[in-house]
Design a binder for this molecule. Structure first.
Ligand code: 13P
Length: 226
């Protein structure tokens, strides 16, 4: 039994779930979790690049450090590793990053349309609307920086002309966020076609944002308990 087998298994399960639910297909998208640091180095378990999910095995998940140096595993890490690392650096609260190419969210990403807070659930789980990152070339530090800006303290962002990034304190949360982004994108697209994508009333939005921040503070206090 290897040291990171459980985490690799969890990453693999997330890939199977995102493929089963249609958030990705083939080898598109990627998943990572933050591991406990070693010798002051940030470590992550990440999907390998370009392995179709139908063929991917738990042992194919690679462990790397934040410089991309391989620690365990034979395969090359995801081409979007810089984006995953950039998010972990900017957001100490984040333990998992899921990147998908789901259809309706990608429609908004291509149109360059932020998904405004049209559904209450979005504010509780994402922290507000889903902003669109400025365009960055795939796999670059530039893309990583732009995604970090779009995320801010929220749990999701659209990657312009590309897809979705969802983050969370756990893999389950990050995956759930990506599923939620796709559902609200679908609702937003159809409501827009009807000409009535009405946002949540301002007062309710303010209360929901406050609840989101309260939960965030409570979670971080809980984690800092010995
Ligand atoms: P990787 O297979 O290298 O993770 O790339 C897939 C992808 O979707 C890039 O955005």
């Amino acid at each position: 039994m290897g040291k990171w087998d459980q985490q690799k298994q969890a990453v693999w399960r997330a890939t199977q779930e995102m493929e089963r639910t249609g958030l990705v297909s083939g080898a598109s998208g990627n998943v990572s979790v933050r591991l406990a640091p070693e010798d002051g180095r940030m470590l992550l378990a990440v999907t390998p690049t370009q392995v179709p999910y139908t063929r991917l095995k738990p042992e194919d998940i690679v462990v790397i450090d934040s410089e991309g140096e391989p620690i365990e595993g034979e395969l090359l890490p995801s081409s979007e590793t810089l984006m995953h690392v950039g998010i972990y650096r900017a957001r100490p609260d984040v333990r998992a990053v899921v990147h998908t190419h789901s259809i309706y969210a990608s429609v908004c990403a291509v149109a360059g349309l932020e998904i405004p807070p049209v559904i209450d659930e979005m504010v509780f789980f994402i922290g507000g609307g889903v902003r669109v990152a400025e365009y960055g070339f795939p796999g670059t530090e530039d893309l990583a920086e732009k995604v970090v800006v779009a995320l801010g303290d929220r749990n999701a962002a659209l990657v312009r002309n590309h897809g979705v990034v969802g983050v969370g304190r756990s893999l389950e949360v990050a995956l759930e966020v990506c599923g939620l982004v796709e559902r609200v994108a679908q609702i937003f697209v159809y409501a827009s076609l009807l000409g009535r994508a009405n946002p949540i009333p301002q007062e309710a939005l303010a209360t929901e944002e406050e609840l989101f921040q309260m939960r965030r503070r409570a979670e971080s206090e809980e984690e800092s308990q010995p």
